[in-house]
Design a protein around this ligand. Structure first.
Ligand code: ADP
Length: 516
């Protein structure tokens, strides 16, 4: 029985997650001799994460994530029964939930993550922008005052100059975000952004940013301990995005030179220090890049107070195990190296593999993943949460695996990734593997001309036309039939109106969980 005194040594960890990230955390736990406890929904009980753990607890019979992986009461109850010392939240689900972090600690467990007030302040993008300014980190020009009056917002949009981006303060996963090119569209876009934000986060507050036309997404991995040490593990570039969601990430970024790298990493560390951060975090920046030189000024975008999906590329070039570091820091140990001792060695790339059909608007593909094929390759890592014969359902994020490669140079890493994409197969489901191969084939990618609009501007090279509304409507119908969902709400309305269906599809399906 736990008595609200938080342990300082970790002998056992409950991993409050599923899929590849749960497996990833368990792999490190094993290497550290830490007992692992898995939680799984009934339809995940044969998943690798459930089978790999030293102990498994089923989260009841429900299928909705609110009844399973988001069920705080059930998870804390299991932690008590399993007598664990700590809880690792992974990414997504409860990883950035302030209330959960507080509850975990109040119950006498170690929460492997930052203090709850850091989660809270960085989870609110308006508050995060303010914190960035105080720490001397430039933010994208825009408007983030309290006044949410339509006329005030519209006036501010005109002052900033179109195009502007409306963003939800509580935003994440691209929700509540709308680009407005012209004043005449402002009111409608604002209403849509607010509606989406209210639905997804119960908070309709928005702010405005200048919409950059050739941005690159560059982020810095930071690490802080409880002794006041704050350092960075260099940058990652994540500009290859589909609908503002990353699908290919790499490090180092070709857009940075020694000077800009030193600047951006020092700004990230300054912010971590200013907010009293602890653990692993990522500070995201957006580069207002010149289309010809591919370089430009960097501005703070947001901070993610958890481990990122793309952390493996940082592990490849630094040789560090980020989960091990998280566990050490959570036990109160200081970071076991200095900033000067961290080196960037070679180049690493990650491709996110999705069960989806690129020929039909990237609609999620569900069914039995019959066999994962491929042979072990030098400098290639496959982080996968699925096993042969397992069902990929529509209940969770459609990312089924991540391929990560390392090479001494960027060119060599690209070649290795191309070989890896040709080698690994995911039989039984439609995936984006061929699409990823084509991305890496595009000359502009090889030249490092990677802006966040890359997939749209190279649509022809990629040879994957966007789905017609008919295709999408048909697929939605088939999905609703198979999954037994009523199709009520926005998905159903959109299906009958025939408007921008794949966007509505994505936001309805993912139900608040999107790995970021
Ligand atoms: P979310 O948390 O919802 O994912 P972010 O603020 O992290 O939203 O932005 C996600 C992506 O949206 C960025 O990586 C970038 O591609 C795009 N984006 C964000 N802000 C801007 C901006 N001001 N101008 C152009 N693109 C932007």
């Amino acid at each position: 029985m736990k008595h609200n005194s938080v342990p300082t040594e970790i002998h056992s960890i409950l991993i409050a997650n599923r899929g590849e990230i749960a497996v990833r955390v368990m792999t490190t736990c094993r290497s550290m001799g830490i007992r692992t406890v898995a939680i799984a929904s009934r339809n995940d009980e044969r998943s690798p994460h459930a089978l790999l753990a030293d102990a498994l607890y089923i989260l009841g019979e429900g299928t909705q994530i609110s009844e399973t992986y988001l069920n705080q009461d059930a998870i804390i109850d299991i932690a008590r029964k399993a007598k664990v010392d700590a809880i690792h939240p992974g990414y997504g689900f409860l990883s950035e939930n302030r209330i959960f972090a507080e509850r975990v600690r109040a119950e006498g467990f170690i929460f492997i993550g930052p203090p709850a007030d850091c989660i809270e302040s960085m989870g609110d993008k308006i508050a995060a922008r303010r914190a960035a300014i105080s720490a001397g980190v430039p933010i994208v020009p825009g408007y983030d005052d309290e006044n949410q009056d339509v006329d005030v917002l519209k006036k501010e949009a005109a002052r900033i100059g179109y195009p502007v981006l409306i963003k939800a303060s509580a935003g994440g996963g691209g929700k509540g975000m709308r680009v407005v090119n012209d004043a005449k569209d402002f009111d409608q876009s604002l209403a849509q952004a607010r509606g989406e934000a209210e639905n997804a986060f119960g908070d309709s507050r928005v702010f405005l940013e200048k919409y950059l036309t050739h941005p690159r997404h560059i982020e810095v991995q930071v690490f802080s301990d409880t002794h006041g040490n704050h350092l960075h593990l260099f940058e990652r570039e994540c500009s290859i995005q589909r609908r503002h969601q990353k699908i290919v990430e790499e490090t180092p970024s070709v857009a940075l030179d020694d000077e800009s790298r030193a600047w951006v990493t020092s700004r990230a560390v300054a912010l971590a220090e200013a907010i009293g951060y602890e653990g692993a975090g990522t500070i995201e920046f957006i580069m207002d890049a010149d289309p010809d030189s591919g370089k430009g000024d960097l501005y703070f975008l947001e901070m993610n107070t958890r481990l990122q999906v793309e952390h493996p590329v940082t592990e490849c070039v630094t040789g560090l195990d980020l989960v091990r570091l998280q566990i050490l820091v959570a036990q109160g140990f200081p970071i076991p190296f200095t900033q000067e001792e961290v080196k960037q060695n070679g180049h690493a790339i990650e491709c996110r593999i999705y069960a989806e059909d690129p020929l039909r608007g990237h609609l999620p593909s569900t069914g039995i993943l019959q066999a994962i094929g491929g042979v072990p390759m030098r400098n290639v890592r496959l982080d996968c949460g699925f096993a042969d014969g397992q069902e990929v359902t529509a209940y969770y994020d459609p990312m089924i695996a991540k391929l990560i490669v390392w090479g001494p140079t960027r060119d060599e890493a690209i070649e290795t990734m191309q070989r890896a994409l040709r080698t690994y197969t995911f039989a039984g489901l439609k995936t984006n593997v061929r699409y990823l191969e084509r991305i890496l084939d595009v000359a502009a990618f090889r030249e490092g001309k990677t802006f966040t609009n890359f997939l749209v501007s190279h649509e022809r090279d990629l040879g994957m036309p966007p789905a017609s509304d008919d295709d999408v409507a048909l697929a939605i119908g088939a999905y609703l039939l198979c999954s037994g969902q009523s199709g009520s709400g926005s998905l159903h309305r959109a299906a009958s109106s025939g408007k921008d269906l794949s966007t509505v599809w994505e936001s309805s399906l993912l139900n608040g969980f999107r790995s970021a």
